[in-house]
Ligand binder design. Structure first.
Ligand code: HGY
Ligand code: MN
Ligand code: MN
Length: 418
């Protein structure tokens, strides 16, 4: 099928366009947080592109953009494609957004060829996957999957704005977010095209691969409370320094996870210190802990071991310790039938076998798996780098991914109803 535009390459260029204001809150590096004007601008732009692809569009009660390309007969259940369009601070242009722009390229190719399938096609742009504005993540796919926790509405951003206020400011009723939930009968399956954000495809010399499972993920906030004091007059033997305790704990995270298996990783990405003055011994220190592994059992065993170690450190240093479990995402195996169909599409598109690989990164697909069968197509990214301005995808790899998605649709012989 020759759609008359460079499928895949255009998807990359559209992500490049959206890495700058007004689609980014900052000019130096992409920052597109949930329910901000940058998010709104991205929704408006994607709505235009979806409309050009022959889709009807709507914003659901959770702020998700949902495009729909009707089947040969109206009101058929849909195969849904998509990903998130929010970003981490100083993030890359393709993490999430490429999954949406690639899907739009594919639908536009069908539209230009005046083709319709027995199933409808929907494309979703989830507004909050990263949790870069409010602490818990995946709020939008949770709303669509019917698992949104209203307690999230009380979370505040760095400026003290609650998620509820952010919804209201965006023109959405916070008490109606749950209305975004879809019925199982609406969706046959969810396919998330996404950059790999890791080195496996590049090491294998492959443009695309199919995800076997998404890692279990635990997010925990760890607070250490000591006693502030004068940096010059307080002897070391009399100190109860919470930052020193936190530093010992952070080293323990690295050592434990380095020695782990089953893809165990542990990350301290945020740390804050009070009062944070040059000449004051800290009174309090707080850090974030992100622990992941291929299975829930390995992930939970690591969390237990680390929290026990933190307790030992706190006791030995006479430091207060408070543990706040922020989020827990279960390991999510991909749907076997959808993944097999994706693998067939890959093998029909590129010479050679299709690589199947796990995802250490979390994705909306792990939440959507609670609503319908879910699978993921990974696209190679340079050096496996992501969550970084130098995140890079080649036009050629994106074109391969677009052809795979079209081959998947072309050959789709699955159920036309869930
Ligand atoms: O943190 C993650 O794995 C994803 O990028 N939100
Ligand atoms: Mn991400
Ligand atoms: Mn992502």
């Amino acid at each position: 099928m020759t759609p008359g535009f460079d499928m895949g390459a255009r998807a990359v260029l559209r992500c490049d366009l959206m890495r700058r204001p007004p689609f980014s809150e900052t000019a130096d590096g992409l920052c597109r947080r949930f329910l901000t004007p940058a998010h709104k601008a991205a929704l408006d732009q994607l709505s235009v592109w979806m409309g050009e692809a022959g889709m009807s569009v709507r914003i659901d009660a959770a702020g998700n953009l949902v495009g729909r390309y009707e089947a040969t007969t109206p009101e058929r259940p849909a195969l849904m494609f998509g990903s998130h369009i929010d970003s981490v601070r100083n993030g890359g242009a393709y993490d999430g957004a490429l999954g949406v722009t690639l899907a739009i390229d594919c639908v536009e190719a069908l539209h230009r060829a005046r083709r319709r399938l027995d199933v409808a096609i929907e494309i979703v742009a989830f507004g909050d996957e990263e949790g870069s504005r409010f602490a818990a993540s995946m709020g939008c796919s949770r709303a669509m999957a019917g698992s949104f926790d209203p307690a999230m509405l009380a979370l505040t951003d760095i400026d003290g704005v609650t998620m509820a206020e952010a919804f209201s400011n965006f023109g959405l009723a916070p008490d109606k977010v749950g209305e975004a939930a879809r019925a199982c009968a609406d969706l046959i399956g969810f396919i998330e095209p996404h950059i790999e954000q890791g080195p496996a495809l590049e090491e294998a010399g492959l443009a695309v691969g199919v995800v076997t499972a998404i890692a279990a993920q635990r997010r925990i906030r760890v607070r250490w409370a000591g006693r502030a004091g004068h940096a010059g007059t307080t002897p070391m033997r009399l100190r109860r320094d919470p930052l020193a305790a936190a530093a010992e704990a952070m080293s323990a995270v690295e050592a434990h996870c380095r020695a782990g298996s089953h893809g165990l990783v542990g990350t301290v990405g945020q740390i804050s210190v009070q009062p944070g003055a040059f000449n004051v011994i800290p009174g309090a220190a707080t850090f974030s802990l992100d622990v992941r592994a291929e299975t829930d059992a390995v992930c939970d065993a690591a969390v237990t071991a680390l929290l026990d170690r933190f307790g030992e450190i706190a006791e030995a240093r006479d430091i207060g310790l408070e543990i706040e479990r922020v989020q827990s995402l279960a390991a999510s195996p991909s749907d076997a039938a959808l993944s097999a169909a994706l693998r067939r599409a890959v093998e029909a598109t590129v010479a050679g076998p299709c690589l199947s690989l796990p995802s250490g990164a979390g994705h909306d697909a792990m939440v959507m798996a609670g609503l319908c069968p879910a699978a993921m197509l990974f696209i190679r990214c340079r050096d496996g780098l992501s969550h970084h301005p130098d995140e890079h995808v080649t036009h050629e790899d994106a074109a391969v991914a677009a052809r795979v998605l079209l081959a998947f649709l072309d050959a789709y012989e699955g159920p036309v109803a869930p």
